[in-house]
Design a protein. Sequence first.
Length: 191
Amino acid sequence: MNASNLYEYLERISNLVRTSIRKTGLVHDLQPVQTEALHYLSRCNHYSNTPVAVAEYLGLTKGTVSQTLGVLVQDGFVKKTIDLKDRRVVHLQVTPRGEKVLNDLVPPPILTSALENLPTEINDQVGPLLEQLLMALQRANGLKTFGACKTCCHHRLQENGLRMCGLTQEMLAEADGEKICREHAKPPVAA
Ligand code: SF4
């Protein structure tokens, strides 16, 4: 496949998904970018739930993200806390209200119904192929991976079953393994 064909597919798919997110988000007065920020915050770990990390993940300016997060906080979908070690840093957590709204919006029904209509053998290939494409795109362009913590080269699973981050030397909770992180780094590919 060449890049032009791929672009046409991805552009059409992302337009359809965004339109669906826009329509369902309107019920809760949420713009697509607000839904995306809320979804990111529901999946990231405590090193990554800052306004700067949201801006990096969404590829937006700090000003745009600041406005987006302001609305989410004001409407009670997200709550702000001050970092205990560095009072200049703000953390953002999705509230139970935000989680409830996300359950209505994600995944967009347009995708659920499409996958249900795919033959099983095709459906099984979609995830792995998209993952490969995403990884190739990130590698080729030097982009952050924002991957799940348990797949990071710094992730340490100790003999006692506890998890530790080799980068920060801090212990991690069991649930942190599945969360995405702005410091995530893929293990080097074996030669
Ligand atoms: S192990 Fe990697 S992904 Fe997990 S918290 Fe540490 S740097 Fe982030």
